[in-house]
Design a protein around this ligand. Structure first.
Ligand SMILES: Cc1cc2nc3c(=O)[nH]c(=O)nc-3n(C[C@H](O)[C@H](O)[C@H](O)COP(=O)(O)O)c2cc1C
Length: 166
Protein backbone atom coordinates (compact mmCIF):
# COMPACT_ATOMS: atom_id res chain seq x y z
CA UNK A 1 0.00 0.00 0.00
CA UNK A 2 1.52 3.31 -1.11
CA UNK A 3 0.61 5.12 2.12
CA UNK A 4 2.61 2.71 4.28
CA UNK A 5 5.79 3.32 2.34
CA UNK A 6 5.39 7.08 1.85
CA UNK A 7 4.49 7.89 5.47
CA UNK A 8 6.99 9.62 7.70
CA UNK A 9 6.57 11.59 10.91
CA UNK A 10 5.66 15.17 10.07
CA UNK A 11 6.52 17.71 12.77
CA UNK A 12 6.26 20.96 10.79
CA UNK A 13 2.96 22.05 9.32
CA UNK A 14 1.56 24.65 6.94
CA UNK A 15 -0.61 27.33 8.48
CA UNK A 16 -3.73 25.88 6.91
CA UNK A 17 -6.73 24.35 8.68
CA UNK A 18 -7.91 20.85 7.89
CA UNK A 19 -11.30 20.58 6.22
CA UNK A 20 -13.99 19.24 8.63
CA UNK A 21 -14.78 16.31 6.30
CA UNK A 22 -11.13 15.24 6.47
CA UNK A 23 -11.17 15.43 10.27
CA UNK A 24 -14.24 13.18 10.27
CA UNK A 25 -12.56 10.77 7.84
CA UNK A 26 -9.57 10.46 10.17
CA UNK A 27 -11.91 9.53 13.01
CA UNK A 28 -13.75 7.05 10.79
CA UNK A 29 -10.40 5.45 9.91
CA UNK A 30 -9.46 5.25 13.59
CA UNK A 31 -12.73 3.56 14.55
CA UNK A 32 -12.45 1.12 11.65
CA UNK A 33 -9.44 -0.52 13.31
CA UNK A 34 -9.58 -4.11 14.49
CA UNK A 35 -9.82 -4.71 18.24
CA UNK A 36 -9.86 -7.76 20.48
CA UNK A 37 -13.37 -9.22 20.46
CA UNK A 38 -14.39 -6.05 18.62
CA UNK A 39 -14.34 -4.27 21.99
CA UNK A 40 -13.44 -0.86 20.46
CA UNK A 41 -11.94 0.57 23.66
CA UNK A 42 -11.31 4.00 22.15
CA UNK A 43 -12.53 7.55 22.21
CA UNK A 44 -10.95 10.59 20.57
CA UNK A 45 -10.51 14.17 21.66
CA UNK A 46 -10.24 16.57 18.72
CA UNK A 47 -8.18 19.62 19.63
CA UNK A 48 -7.80 22.73 17.47
CA UNK A 49 -7.77 25.34 20.22
CA UNK A 50 -4.29 26.92 20.48
CA UNK A 51 -4.38 27.18 24.26
CA UNK A 52 -5.14 23.47 24.60
CA UNK A 53 -2.41 22.54 22.10
CA UNK A 54 0.12 24.56 24.09
CA UNK A 55 -1.04 22.89 27.30
CA UNK A 56 -0.50 19.45 25.73
CA UNK A 57 3.02 20.49 24.70
CA UNK A 58 3.75 21.69 28.25
CA UNK A 59 2.46 18.48 29.81
CA UNK A 60 4.04 16.08 27.29
CA UNK A 61 7.68 17.02 26.87
CA UNK A 62 8.16 15.43 23.45
CA UNK A 63 4.88 16.74 22.02
CA UNK A 64 6.11 20.14 20.84
CA UNK A 65 4.95 19.56 17.21
CA UNK A 66 1.36 19.94 18.39
CA UNK A 67 1.87 23.67 18.91
CA UNK A 68 2.26 24.35 15.19
CA UNK A 69 -0.25 21.76 13.98
CA UNK A 70 -3.79 22.79 13.04
CA UNK A 71 -5.17 19.59 14.55
CA UNK A 72 -4.38 17.36 17.48
CA UNK A 73 -6.18 14.11 18.14
CA UNK A 74 -5.73 12.82 21.67
CA UNK A 75 -6.49 9.13 21.52
CA UNK A 76 -8.22 7.87 24.64
CA UNK A 77 -8.55 4.47 26.19
CA UNK A 78 -11.93 3.68 27.71
CA UNK A 79 -11.33 0.93 30.24
CA UNK A 80 -14.99 0.41 31.20
CA UNK A 81 -16.26 -3.19 30.98
CA UNK A 82 -13.78 -4.60 28.49
CA UNK A 83 -13.91 -8.24 27.46
CA UNK A 84 -10.14 -8.31 26.85
CA UNK A 85 -8.39 -5.66 28.97
CA UNK A 86 -5.06 -7.34 28.19
CA UNK A 87 -5.40 -6.24 24.57
CA UNK A 88 -6.43 -2.65 25.00
CA UNK A 89 -3.08 -1.12 24.09
CA UNK A 90 -2.83 -3.25 20.97
CA UNK A 91 -6.32 -2.03 19.99
CA UNK A 92 -5.33 1.62 20.49
CA UNK A 93 -2.13 1.09 18.53
CA UNK A 94 -4.12 -0.16 15.55
CA UNK A 95 -6.42 2.88 15.72
CA UNK A 96 -3.44 5.22 15.92
CA UNK A 97 -1.77 3.71 12.88
CA UNK A 98 -5.02 3.93 10.91
CA UNK A 99 -5.13 7.68 11.62
CA UNK A 100 -1.56 8.15 10.41
CA UNK A 101 -2.12 6.18 7.21
CA UNK A 102 -5.45 7.85 6.42
CA UNK A 103 -3.75 11.21 6.96
CA UNK A 104 -1.22 10.38 4.23
CA UNK A 105 -4.07 9.25 1.98
CA UNK A 106 -5.77 12.64 2.47
CA UNK A 107 -2.60 14.61 1.64
CA UNK A 108 -1.90 15.30 5.31
CA UNK A 109 0.90 14.25 7.60
CA UNK A 110 1.23 13.61 11.29
CA UNK A 111 3.26 12.38 14.17
CA UNK A 112 2.28 9.97 16.93
CA UNK A 113 3.40 11.17 20.36
CA UNK A 114 3.17 8.88 23.34
CA UNK A 115 1.28 9.60 26.55
CA UNK A 116 0.40 6.16 27.93
CA UNK A 117 3.20 4.74 30.04
CA UNK A 118 4.36 8.15 31.24
CA UNK A 119 2.43 8.56 34.49
CA UNK A 120 3.06 12.28 34.89
CA UNK A 121 1.83 13.01 31.36
CA UNK A 122 -1.25 10.78 31.75
CA UNK A 123 -2.10 12.60 34.98
CA UNK A 124 -1.48 16.03 33.45
CA UNK A 125 -3.68 15.38 30.41
CA UNK A 126 -6.38 13.81 32.55
CA UNK A 127 -6.49 16.86 34.79
CA UNK A 128 -6.29 19.43 32.00
CA UNK A 129 -9.15 17.92 29.99
CA UNK A 130 -11.08 16.77 33.08
CA UNK A 131 -11.28 13.22 31.76
CA UNK A 132 -13.60 10.85 33.66
CA UNK A 133 -12.02 8.12 35.82
CA UNK A 134 -12.51 5.36 33.24
CA UNK A 135 -10.71 7.32 30.50
CA UNK A 136 -6.92 7.43 30.11
CA UNK A 137 -4.96 9.31 27.47
CA UNK A 138 -3.07 6.99 25.13
CA UNK A 139 -1.32 9.35 22.71
CA UNK A 140 -1.51 12.65 20.90
CA UNK A 141 -1.33 12.76 17.13
CA UNK A 142 -0.40 16.12 15.61
CA UNK A 143 -1.80 16.43 12.09
CA UNK A 144 -1.75 18.98 9.30
CA UNK A 145 -0.61 19.78 5.80
CA UNK A 146 3.13 19.04 5.81
CA UNK A 147 5.64 21.87 5.66
CA UNK A 148 8.49 19.43 5.28
CA UNK A 149 9.29 16.87 2.66
CA UNK A 150 11.29 13.83 3.72
CA UNK A 151 12.16 10.65 1.94
CA UNK A 152 10.92 7.86 4.16
CA UNK A 153 13.56 5.52 5.47
CA UNK A 154 13.14 2.01 4.08
CA UNK A 155 13.49 -0.30 7.04
CA UNK A 156 13.04 -3.79 5.71
CA UNK A 157 15.74 -5.97 7.27
CA UNK A 158 15.78 -9.60 6.27
CA UNK A 159 17.62 -10.53 9.49
CA UNK A 160 14.45 -9.66 11.42
CA UNK A 161 12.22 -11.98 9.43
CA UNK A 162 12.13 -15.60 10.56
CA UNK A 163 10.44 -18.28 8.51
CA UNK A 164 8.95 -21.32 10.21
CA UNK A 165 11.43 -21.25 13.16
CA UNK A 166 13.53 -18.66 14.94
C1 LIG B 1 4.65 4.88 20.40
C2 LIG B 1 5.33 6.03 19.70
C3 LIG B 1 5.67 7.14 20.42
C4 LIG B 1 6.26 8.24 19.79
N1 LIG B 1 6.47 9.38 20.52
C5 LIG B 1 6.95 10.49 19.88
C6 LIG B 1 7.05 11.72 20.59
O1 LIG B 1 6.70 11.81 21.78
N2 LIG B 1 7.51 12.80 19.92
C7 LIG B 1 7.89 12.73 18.60
O2 LIG B 1 8.30 13.76 18.05
N3 LIG B 1 7.79 11.57 17.90
C8 LIG B 1 7.32 10.46 18.50
N4 LIG B 1 7.14 9.30 17.79
C9 LIG B 1 7.53 9.23 16.38
C10 LIG B 1 8.82 8.42 16.20
O3 LIG B 1 9.92 9.17 16.65
C11 LIG B 1 8.97 8.04 14.71
O4 LIG B 1 7.86 7.28 14.30
C12 LIG B 1 10.23 7.24 14.45
O5 LIG B 1 11.39 8.04 14.69
C13 LIG B 1 10.30 6.72 13.02
O6 LIG B 1 10.24 7.79 12.09
P1 LIG B 1 9.10 7.90 11.00
O7 LIG B 1 7.77 7.94 11.71
O8 LIG B 1 9.40 9.18 10.27
O9 LIG B 1 9.19 6.70 10.11
C14 LIG B 1 6.57 8.19 18.40
C15 LIG B 1 6.20 7.05 17.68
C16 LIG B 1 5.58 5.99 18.31
C17 LIG B 1 5.13 4.80 17.49
Amino acid sequence: MREIFSRYSVRKFQDKPIEPEKVKRLLEAAMQAPSAGNQQPWEFLVVTNQESKEAIARICRYAKPIVGAPLGIVTLQNAASLAYPECVQQDLGAANENILLEAVHLGLGGVWMAIMGFRDQMKGIKEYFKLPDRIEAFSTIAIGYPAENKTPQLRYDEKRAHYEAY
